[in-house]
Design a protein around this ligand. Structure first.
Ligand code: DC
Length: 235
């Protein structure tokens, strides 16, 4: 039986989550943002665990992180076909976007035990959904659902991604080039961390459709993914 899942991967601010959400809505499927789960685990860790070590080498014991995620619990809850992150029964969709979570999430997502735990949650969600799920992240097509019938890898230039990120934060449509350059550097550093880590690095699956969205509008990229989905997942 064909797995009812569409994998959308790509670097930070490539438009993965917006695209995945709209594709899911058009198909009548659910949307799961795997980054939100890494962020929810990070938030839980920052609020509940004491760091070991000092300075930039600080860390938390992997088993403690997983036990915490199980116990609180950190969960994805399906509401109107969107998997929303919850910590201890509280919706954290807003809280996980804070700067303090953003700064630490790459480190937490680099821990193999955390990745394993997050992957199990994603697979359970997809297998129990009656129609299908569009999942976005960094390793969905390569590691989490290597059998997905449709894998899309979204890219865009660092400057374009920086402009989108600044606009999301409510900045001007024509931001100061210095600000764009600074944000592009931050994104490039996160891409480097995500692409060079040992476990499940960010990369396109060999059989992914690569879509450069630098000059595409959101509507166009959604339309292209929906057309591919209808081709590959009829009915
Ligand atoms: O997409 P995002 O910015 O919300 O992702 C948060 C972090 O989680 C990012 O540093 C990469 C990591 N991540 C990951 O390693 N694997 C995924 N499937 C999704 C996100």
């Amino acid at each position: 039986m064909t797995l009812r899942v569409i994998a959308i991967d790509g670097p930070a601010a490539s438009g993965k989550s917006s695209t995945a959400g709209l594709v899911a809505r058009r198909l009548g499927w659910a949307h799961l943002d795997s980054g939100a789960l890494y962020r929810a685990v990070t938030l839980a860790v920052l609020d509940n665990l004491r760091e070991q070590g000092a300075g930039s080498g600080t860390s938390w014991p992997p088993q403690q992180i997983v036990a915490l995620a199980e116990d609180l619990p950190v969960r994805l809850v399906l509401v109107d076909d969107i998997y929303r992150p919850e910590v201890a029964g509280v919706d954290v969709a807003q809280a996980i976007r804070s700067e303090r979570v953003t700064q630490r999430v790459s480190a937490v997502a680099a821990i193999p035990e955390v990745r394993h735990w997050v992957n199990v949650q994603q697979r359970e969600a997809v297998l129990s959904h009656p129609r299908g799920v569009v999942v976005d992240g960094r390793d969905i097509g390569t590691v989490v659902f290597p059998d997905a019938p449709l894998k899309v890898f979204l890219t865009a230039s660092p400057e374009e991604r920086a402009r989108r990120r600044l606009a999301e934060r409510g900045g001007s449509r024509t931001p100061d080039p210095i600000e764009v350059g600074r944000e592009a550097d931050v994104l490039a550093a996160r891409d480097r961390a995500d692409s060079t880590r040992r476990v499940a690095p960010l990369k396109a699956a060999a059989d992914a459709v690569v879509l450069d969205t630098t000059r595409l509008g959101l509507e166009e990229q959604v339309g292209q993914v929906v057309a591919l989905a209808r081709e590959r997942l009829p009915g």
